[in-house]
Design a protein around this ligand. Structure first.
Ligand code: NAD
Length: 367
């Protein structure tokens, strides 16, 4: 990572934290540093009105501290709305550790990070994210109870990806019903981009219900394996965004709905697991709406993972996890109907519902 050196007495012209574009009334931002372990982390607590701020820790080799700060601000805000719209009593938070997870992550560094999490007294509860494993969360658990996503042997709820996939499937069916009048997936064509942990489980739900599934991935070995296992067709066209399918399901990267791709999209529905699918959440949401493409908001339909870890805090079991995840179907239908009624985008509608829930709780608390 590069360090930007300022001359003595030189002041940055931009406001360093509250002036960041991604700053959105965050309650608390904690910078953590430890010389011995090399820990450099930022914990972002966006909002705790509905409950403790829960969100994973991402370890990433950020090019600059600005990038790390903006990531934690953006991601923690996203967690607030994800939990709120899903009906969970959780706030939004996230942490980033600056560094290469492959070479710089040590047990000592994780334990030191856990001390910082503990010092917040439960206001922030951590979990896995990019660059983290269940075993890292187990190390954190040695130091603090404010962690989820630990091993099943230590009370963890297990792999969230199949639950996330089930929620995405439910959200997709709701969006298909909104667009085509029926939620039956039999005979529908779906292109799944990215057949990793979530994508493969999604392919399995789709295949089981008789959808015709096309798959793309940069990992060719996985393509062959998933194709053989579920009878999915490896997409052979040269422009996957222009594929003539009913549903495009982004399950790899964010920002695939952008100025370059929107004009080419032929799918009637966009519904997938990837976070931050809209490169610009307002403008690109509006462009989809104007094209008549039904968009199932990503932070709503990929909430199965957070429902799964919430179970660890609330102590409920598998049946309740799946029931809450299935409910994503109804919430998505409501949001899509609400967006039509208000002539706004589904993303804006989901945000509004989340904000209204937070505001109602805030009023109750202050009454
Ligand atoms: P994963 O790493 O297991 O799978 C991602 C897959 O996408 C891999 O197979 C990878 O080869 C493929 N890929 C990467 N770049 C690609 C590209 N340019 N084109 C096509 N394929 C590409 O990740 P995952 O856990 O399955 O998560 C998928 C997405 O869902 C991520 O954006 C993640 O943030 C989001 N998400 C996951 C969960 C969860 O429970 N795992 C929860 C919420 C959101």
């Amino acid at each position: 990572m590069t360090t930007e050196l300022l001359q003595p007495g030189e002041l940055r012209k931009v406001a360093p934290v509250f002036g960041q574009l991604s700053f959105d009334d965050h309650e608390q931002i904690v910078f953590c540093y430890d010389k011995d372990t090399g820990l450099k982390a930022i914990i972002g607590i966006h909002n705790t009105v509905l409950g403790p701020a829960l969100g994973g820790t991402r370890m990433w080799n950020y090019a600059t501290e600005w990038e790390a700060l903006n990531d934690v601000l953006r991601l923690s805000r996203g967690m607030t709305y994800k939990s709120a719209v899903t009906g969970l009593n959780l706030g939004g938070g996230k942490a980033v550790i600056i560094g290469d997870a492959k070479t710089q992550k040590t047990p000592e560094l994780m334990r030191k990070f856990a001390e910082y999490v503990h010092s917040l007294g439960g206001k922030y509860i951590t979990a896995e994210d990019v660059g983290m494993e269940t075993s890292d969360m187990d190390l954190v658990r040695d130091v603090t109870p404010y962690v989820t996503g630990v091993s099943e042997s230590r009370g963890g709820a297990g792999n969230p990806s199949p639950v996330t996939a089930y929620g995405v499937f439910m959200g997709m069916k709701a969006a298909v019903a909104h667009k085509f009048g029926s939620d039956r997936m039999e005979g529908r064509t779906v292109l799944v981009q990215g057949i990793g942990h979530v994508g493969e489980a999604l392919v399995s739900y789709l295949a089981e219900e008789g959808a015709k599934v096309y798959i793309t991935d940069i990992n060719e070995d996985r393509l062959e394996a998933v194709s053989d296992k579920y009878g999915a067709v490896i997409y052979a066209g040269d422009d996957l965004y222009g594929a003539e399918v009913d549903v495009y399901a982004p399950c790899a990267l964010g920002a695939t709905i952008n100025d370059d791709t929107i004009g080419r999209l032929r799918a009637g529905v966009v519904a997938g697991a990837a976070n931050n699918q809209l490169a610009d959440e307002n403008r690109h949401g509006l462009m989809l709406r104007e094209k008549g493409i039904v968009y199932a908001p990503d932070f709503l339909i990929n909430a199965g993972g957070i429902i799964n870890v919430y179970a660890e805090l609330e102590g409920y079991g598998r049946d309740e996890i799946m029931r809450k995840t299935e409910n994503i179907y109804h919430t998505t239908r409501e949001i899509l109907a609400d967006a039509d009624a208000h002539e706004c985008t589904s993303h804006q509608s989901a945000l509004r519902v989340a904000r209204e829930r937070i505001e109602a709780r805030r009023k109750e608390k202050t009454a």
